[in-house]
Ligand binder design. Structure first.
Ligand SMILES: [Ca+2]
Length: 171
Protein backbone atom coordinates (compact mmCIF):
# COMPACT_ATOMS: atom_id res chain seq x y z
CA UNK A 1 0.00 0.00 0.00
CA UNK A 2 2.81 2.40 0.96
CA UNK A 3 4.71 1.61 -2.25
CA UNK A 4 1.60 2.26 -4.35
CA UNK A 5 1.13 5.63 -2.67
CA UNK A 6 4.79 6.55 -3.31
CA UNK A 7 4.53 5.59 -7.01
CA UNK A 8 1.37 7.68 -7.27
CA UNK A 9 3.07 10.73 -5.74
CA UNK A 10 6.12 10.39 -8.02
CA UNK A 11 3.91 10.11 -11.12
CA UNK A 12 1.87 13.16 -10.15
CA UNK A 13 5.04 15.18 -9.48
CA UNK A 14 6.67 14.21 -12.82
CA UNK A 15 3.48 15.00 -14.75
CA UNK A 16 3.18 18.37 -13.04
CA UNK A 17 6.77 19.37 -13.85
CA UNK A 18 6.39 18.30 -17.49
CA UNK A 19 3.25 20.41 -17.83
CA UNK A 20 5.01 23.37 -16.23
CA UNK A 21 7.99 23.09 -18.60
CA UNK A 22 5.64 23.04 -21.60
CA UNK A 23 3.65 26.05 -20.48
CA UNK A 24 6.75 28.21 -19.85
CA UNK A 25 8.04 27.78 -23.42
CA UNK A 26 5.11 26.93 -25.66
CA UNK A 27 6.72 27.43 -29.09
CA UNK A 28 10.32 28.42 -28.76
CA UNK A 29 13.45 26.77 -27.43
CA UNK A 30 14.95 28.25 -24.23
CA UNK A 31 16.90 31.55 -24.55
CA UNK A 32 15.11 32.45 -27.80
CA UNK A 33 13.28 35.74 -27.29
CA UNK A 34 12.16 35.91 -30.90
CA UNK A 35 15.61 37.03 -32.07
CA UNK A 36 17.09 33.58 -32.68
CA UNK A 37 19.18 31.38 -30.43
CA UNK A 38 22.86 31.88 -29.64
CA UNK A 39 23.42 35.14 -31.44
CA UNK A 40 24.03 38.73 -30.49
CA UNK A 41 20.60 40.18 -31.27
CA UNK A 42 18.81 41.88 -28.39
CA UNK A 43 15.03 42.11 -28.11
CA UNK A 44 13.10 45.31 -27.42
CA UNK A 45 9.34 45.33 -27.99
CA UNK A 46 8.62 44.03 -31.51
CA UNK A 47 12.18 44.35 -32.84
CA UNK A 48 15.59 42.78 -32.42
CA UNK A 49 18.77 44.86 -32.50
CA UNK A 50 22.37 44.05 -33.37
CA UNK A 51 25.39 46.31 -32.79
CA UNK A 52 28.43 45.65 -34.96
CA UNK A 53 31.86 45.32 -33.40
CA UNK A 54 33.49 46.64 -36.59
CA UNK A 55 33.46 50.15 -38.04
CA UNK A 56 32.48 50.68 -41.68
CA UNK A 57 31.03 53.19 -44.16
CA UNK A 58 27.31 53.28 -44.88
CA UNK A 59 27.46 50.98 -47.93
CA UNK A 60 29.28 48.27 -45.98
CA UNK A 61 26.93 48.91 -43.04
CA UNK A 62 23.92 48.08 -45.22
CA UNK A 63 25.56 44.85 -46.38
CA UNK A 64 26.55 43.95 -42.81
CA UNK A 65 22.96 44.29 -41.57
CA UNK A 66 21.61 42.28 -44.51
CA UNK A 67 24.10 39.50 -43.89
CA UNK A 68 22.99 39.46 -40.26
CA UNK A 69 19.39 39.02 -41.42
CA UNK A 70 18.16 42.57 -40.76
CA UNK A 71 18.51 46.14 -42.03
CA UNK A 72 20.02 49.36 -40.71
CA UNK A 73 18.04 50.63 -37.73
CA UNK A 74 15.15 53.09 -38.01
CA UNK A 75 14.50 55.03 -34.81
CA UNK A 76 10.84 55.88 -34.69
CA UNK A 77 10.05 56.86 -31.12
CA UNK A 78 11.63 58.39 -28.00
CA UNK A 79 11.44 55.08 -26.15
CA UNK A 80 13.22 53.23 -28.97
CA UNK A 81 15.87 55.99 -29.09
CA UNK A 82 16.33 55.76 -25.33
CA UNK A 83 16.68 51.97 -25.38
CA UNK A 84 19.25 52.06 -28.19
CA UNK A 85 21.27 54.86 -26.55
CA UNK A 86 21.31 52.91 -23.30
CA UNK A 87 22.69 49.83 -25.09
CA UNK A 88 25.32 51.89 -26.93
CA UNK A 89 26.28 53.69 -23.75
CA UNK A 90 26.89 50.37 -22.00
CA UNK A 91 29.32 49.04 -24.63
CA UNK A 92 32.70 48.30 -23.07
CA UNK A 93 34.92 49.74 -25.79
CA UNK A 94 34.33 51.22 -29.23
CA UNK A 95 36.39 53.79 -31.07
CA UNK A 96 33.65 56.13 -32.25
CA UNK A 97 30.93 58.06 -30.55
CA UNK A 98 28.69 57.74 -33.65
CA UNK A 99 26.73 54.73 -34.88
CA UNK A 100 25.07 54.42 -38.27
CA UNK A 101 21.32 54.23 -38.69
CA UNK A 102 19.29 53.84 -41.91
CA UNK A 103 18.46 57.57 -42.13
CA UNK A 104 19.40 59.48 -45.26
CA UNK A 105 18.27 62.53 -47.22
CA UNK A 106 16.12 62.70 -50.31
CA UNK A 107 15.09 65.65 -52.46
CA UNK A 108 11.44 66.37 -53.12
CA UNK A 109 11.65 66.84 -56.92
CA UNK A 110 7.89 67.40 -57.23
CA UNK A 111 7.83 70.33 -54.84
CA UNK A 112 10.82 72.66 -54.58
CA UNK A 113 13.77 70.27 -54.48
CA UNK A 114 14.07 70.71 -50.72
CA UNK A 115 15.71 67.91 -48.82
CA UNK A 116 14.09 65.88 -46.10
CA UNK A 117 15.08 62.82 -44.08
CA UNK A 118 13.80 59.31 -44.69
CA UNK A 119 14.49 55.94 -43.12
CA UNK A 120 15.84 52.94 -45.03
CA UNK A 121 12.32 51.64 -45.72
CA UNK A 122 11.50 54.99 -47.41
CA UNK A 123 9.18 56.19 -44.65
CA UNK A 124 9.66 59.85 -43.78
CA UNK A 125 11.47 60.55 -40.51
CA UNK A 126 8.74 61.58 -38.04
CA UNK A 127 10.13 61.63 -34.52
CA UNK A 128 13.52 63.42 -34.47
CA UNK A 129 16.24 63.79 -31.85
CA UNK A 130 18.80 66.06 -33.52
CA UNK A 131 21.65 67.42 -31.43
CA UNK A 132 21.70 71.24 -31.18
CA UNK A 133 22.84 72.72 -34.51
CA UNK A 134 22.21 69.47 -36.42
CA UNK A 135 21.74 68.56 -39.19
CA UNK A 136 24.48 70.83 -40.57
CA UNK A 137 26.58 68.93 -43.11
CA UNK A 138 26.58 69.27 -46.89
CA UNK A 139 26.69 66.65 -49.63
CA UNK A 140 26.24 62.91 -49.18
CA UNK A 141 25.21 62.67 -45.52
CA UNK A 142 23.67 59.91 -43.42
CA UNK A 143 22.01 59.85 -40.02
CA UNK A 144 24.20 58.79 -37.09
CA UNK A 145 23.28 58.44 -33.41
CA UNK A 146 25.62 59.54 -30.62
CA UNK A 147 26.32 56.75 -28.14
CA UNK A 148 26.69 59.10 -25.17
CA UNK A 149 23.37 60.95 -25.33
CA UNK A 150 21.33 59.32 -28.10
CA UNK A 151 21.26 62.59 -30.08
CA UNK A 152 21.39 62.57 -33.87
CA UNK A 153 23.85 64.11 -36.27
CA UNK A 154 24.28 64.03 -40.03
CA UNK A 155 27.71 62.68 -40.90
CA UNK A 156 29.50 62.01 -44.20
CA UNK A 157 28.34 58.60 -45.37
CA UNK A 158 31.89 57.48 -46.15
CA UNK A 159 32.91 57.87 -42.48
CA UNK A 160 33.54 54.58 -40.70
CA UNK A 161 31.33 54.00 -37.67
CA UNK A 162 29.89 51.03 -35.84
CA UNK A 163 26.44 50.01 -36.98
CA UNK A 164 23.05 49.36 -35.38
CA UNK A 165 20.89 46.81 -37.24
CA UNK A 166 17.22 46.02 -36.65
CA UNK A 167 14.82 43.26 -37.64
CA UNK A 168 11.15 42.90 -36.81
CA UNK A 169 10.14 39.96 -34.66
CA UNK A 170 8.13 37.31 -36.55
CA UNK A 171 4.60 37.34 -35.25
CA1 LIG B 1 26.41 67.00 -38.70
Amino acid sequence: MMIRLLVFIVLVTVTYHKAEARSSSPHRPPHDHGCGVDNEWKRFRQSCYYISAEVMNIDDAMVECQEQGGALVSIESPIENYWIAEKLNALPKVDNRFFWTSGFTAADKVKDNTYYWIWGDYTEVGYTNWAPGEPNDKGYVCLAVNRWNGKWSDEKCHEKFNVVCEKKVDQ
